[in-house]
Design a protein around this ligand. Structure first.
Ligand code: FCB
Length: 440
């Protein structure tokens, strides 16, 4: 049997827009995702988060499920447009009250609350003022962080500022695959900086708490050792991983990435001391891992989230894929963790998301196999000395999977959207067993 330290934290994750519903209740106002969903052609099947998994009304039942599974922690996000509906100015007490009730219910069950301040639901008025490409959005984010801190910081154990700023910046502003759906490569790079700045300012606005950030990182391999292919891998690693890791943990942008981006934008938007702010000391780094990447040199540029590196080809690694089309490779998680430990030592790591989309099955053998393989990779990383402290499955519940709508199911708990009935999948039962035994 593979055993984990008794202190290893086992959790599950969700996010506000993906599960809450209650889109216009108790003073919540639209976020960029409400607007995006209302725009024809943006989300498969015209799905929206208006009702989602109705967690806003069913949170007690959902916490009871977490308790049944034996979860040590629950990672969720706070909807900025519930707490500060216009993104600046007036605070909505009813929004804060919801999260206070949720957190208190978790604490009653002995489950650690792990709130994330921002999982992509930017209040719409802030996008109308320019969104993340504008520096002011970072300042507004810090103000919102201070509001949440004043109201709830005595209750959250570990706070996360941002979830996956790569997606906010490059899917939101470069490919337009995510809200707000803009296709402006230079603006996307500016957005990345202002998200990072917002992270640093928000972390500073939450004194006395344990704070981290969650990045979506990948293990990137070149198709061959040829110089051009190796350069393709360096570029994608730069944009996906180092553009975020280096400022946050080393207080510097990677020089090679700045050079790659030079044809797209200068870096005049970076002000003196920004990097000092961004590199605020953190208590942990959250890692979201789903899939590895295989790349090679190409000659025909194609539209890409990797702005400045549009010529890089993204190749098929020949592995089995989940229903969303992502290749399965638990070894990539191990390689990523070893690399983080080598290049960014000493920061405690948590896997804050890992999981798989498979079709609507309660007997989800493929998901069990996916999770089992990745939890084994975590055990191997621990055996090799990586300071990994916990693992969160994505996701507790089937939910609104962004531009894929409800068609892609990531839950370990099945949600029947017509009745909102929850049913444990085999993966949930398997996970409860892992937690109970403390291992595989
Ligand atoms: C991550 C997101 C999360 C979910 C999973 C599948 O990129 O953080 O909200 O959509 O992917």
């Amino acid at each position: 049997m593979t055993t984990f330290d008794p202190g290893f934290l086992w959790g599950a994750a969700t996010s506000s827009y993906q599960i809450e519903g209650a889109a216009d209740e108790d003073g919540r106002r639209p976020s960029i995702w409400d607007t995006f969903c209302a725009t024809p052609g943006k989300v498969d099947n015209g799905d929206t988060g208006d009702v989602a998994a109705d967690h806003y009304h069913r949170y007690r039942e959902d916490v009871a499920i977490m308790s049944e599974l034996g979860l040590g922690a629950y990672r969720f996000s706070i909807a900025w447009p519930r707490v500060q509906p216009l993104g600046s100015g007036a605070v909505n007490q009813r929004g804060l009250d919801f999260y206070r009730r949720l957190i208190d219910t978790l604490l009653d069950q002995g489950i650690q609350p792990w709130p994330t301040l921002y999982h992509w639901d930017l209040p719409q008025p802030l996008e109308e003022a320019g969104g993340w490409p504008e520096r002011d959005t970072a300042l507004r984010f810090a103000e919102y962080a201070a509001i949440v801190h004043d109201a709830l910081a005595d209750r959250g154990t570990h706070w996360t500022t941002l979830n996956e700023p790569w997606c906010s910046a490059f899917l939101g502003y470069a490919t337009g695959r995510h809200a707000p759906g803009r296709r402006e490569p230079a603006a996307a790079v500016h957005a990345a900086h202002h998200l990072l700045l917002g992270h640093g300012l928000a972390a500073r606005a939450m004194p006395g708490t344990r704070v981290g950030i969650t990045l979506n990182l990948s293990h990137i391999t070149a198709i061959s050792t040829a110089e051009a292919d190796a350069d393709a891998a360096r570029r994608i690693d730069g944009m996906q991983n180092r553009l975020f890791l280096d400022p946050v943990l080393l207080a510097a942008y990677p020089e090679d990435v700045l050079a790659d981006l030079a044809p797209v934008t200068g870096f005049d938007h970076v002000q003196e001391d920004d990097l000092k702010t961004i590199a605020v000391p953190l208590d942990f780094l959250g890692v979201n891992y789903y899939s590895p990447m295989l790349v090679g040199h190409g000659t025909t540029p194609t539209a890409s989230a990797y702005v400045g590196s549009e010529h890089v080809q993204h190749l098929d690694g020949g592995r089995q894929r989940t229903s969303i089309g992502w290749e399965i490779d638990a070894r990539g998680l191990l390689d990523l963790l070893l690399r983080l430990d080598r290049d960014y030592p000493a920061i405690p790591l948590y896997i804050t998301e890992n999981g798989a989309a498979f079709d609507d099955e309660v007997h989800d053998t493929a998901r069990v196999a996916y999770l089992d393989g990745h939890v084994r990779a975590c055990a191997e990383a621990l055996a090799r000395g990586v300071p990994l402290k916990g693992y969160f499955a994505w996701s507790l519940l089937d939910n609104f999977e962004w531009s894929y709508g409800y068609a892609q199911r990531f839950g370990i708990v099945h949600v029947d959207y017509a009745t909102q009935r929850r049913t444990l999948k085999d993966s949930a039962r398997w996970y409860a067993g892992v937690i109970e035994r403390g291992g595989l």
